[in-house]
Design a binder for this molecule. Structure first.
Ligand SMILES: Nc1ncnc2c1ncn2[C@@H]1O[C@H](COP(=O)(O)OP(=O)(O)OP(=O)(O)O)[C@@H](O)[C@H]1O
Length: 269
């Protein structure tokens, strides 16, 4: 593994619960219940489960991005210390690509580097970050292609998604959260994006992604899985060990998991 990332991050969380208070005096609504887990440096953790199970809520809770309308409890530890993350000390990649159609890949990154990186960095150092981001996300071939819009031919959906992720790597954050990084992409583009995420993880970063229904090829790339159902953890651990979950365990889990989740599990195990 390369040592390009300075201080590696072990993120752990214990008994994390999130709820929304009732607006009419009734009981509060629970979104996450006593969820625990960890994300190691050099690894790619996928938060999976059916729609509405709490994937984005968990991702946002870990990233310190929960809205003020929610109440949360539990511990989040960064390298063993209790700490709340907020935008600034971790990178967060949203589902939507907010790019300027007339700028090329290179110009987009150079412009972002100029805006994001501190004035204490030299132009040469900033330029190096842009080249690192292009290389890490495999964007060399489209470095001079415009992003594109309805009237300009430009990047493919997968290239746009990799560019969006590349922008968030410019600051070389050790911890990256990605909300549904493959949504809206065809299977080849989704696999390409996930392979690049694996490369980022293997450089020493800690990556946490929420993902709805990955293909089995993408599933095989995850190091760790956090499977949620109705706001509860039904599996947390190494991906390859999920394959050791016995049929009887699956039957036990079925008491509290939706059929949809079981179907998802069954398609990978
Ligand atoms: N601030 C909030 N107030 C009220 N309900 C919320 C809030 N945030 C999330 N929810 C509800 O909590 C549940 C879990 O939402 P969440 O977005 O975490 O699910 P998800 O697994 O990411 O779903 P999807 O795959 O469809 O994006 C949903 O029923 C959602 O409507």
């Amino acid at each position: 593994m390369s040592a390009s990332v300075s201080s590696r991050i072990l993120l752990s969380w214990k008994d994390l619960s999130v709820s929304v208070p009732s607006t009419q005096g009734g009981p509060s609504r629970s979104l996450l219940q006593n969820v625990s887990g960890y994300a190691e440096p050099g690894s790619l953790l996928a938060i999976m489960g059916p729609s509405g199970c709490g994937k984005s809520t968990l991702l946002n809770a870990l990233a310190g991005r929960l809205g003020s309308s929610t109440i949360d409890s539990g511990e989040i530890l960064v390298n063993g210390r209790r700490q709340r993350l907020s935008y600034g000390n971790a990178a967060y990649v949203m589902q939507d690509d907010a790019l300027i159609g007339t700028l090329t890949t290179y110009e987009t990154l150079a412009y972002s580097a100029h805006l994001q990186l501190p004035d204490t960095m030299t132009v040469v150092e900033k330029e190096q970050r842009v080249h690192d981001a292009i290389r890490e996300m495999g964007l060399q071939e489209c470095a001079n292609t415009p992003v594109g819009s309805w009237y300009i031919n430009g990047l493919s959906g997968g290239q746009k998604r990799r560019l969006t992720i590349a922008i968030e790597t410019l600051k070389k954050r050790e911890l990256l959260f990605l909300d549904e990084p493959t949504s809206g992409l065809d299977s080849a583009a989704a696999l390409h994006v996930t392979n690049r995420l694996l490369t980022l993880a293997e450089s020493g970063r800690t990556l946490v992604v929420s993902i709805h229904q990955p293909s089995s090829e993408i599933f095989q790339l995850f190091h760790y899985l956090c499977l949620l159902s109705s706001g509860q953890t039904v599996y947390f651990g190494e991906r390859h060990k999920a394959q050791e979950v016995s049929q009887s365990s699956i039957l036990c889990l079925s008491l509290r998991t939706s059929n949809k989740l079981l179907n998802i599990m069954a398609s990978f195990l």
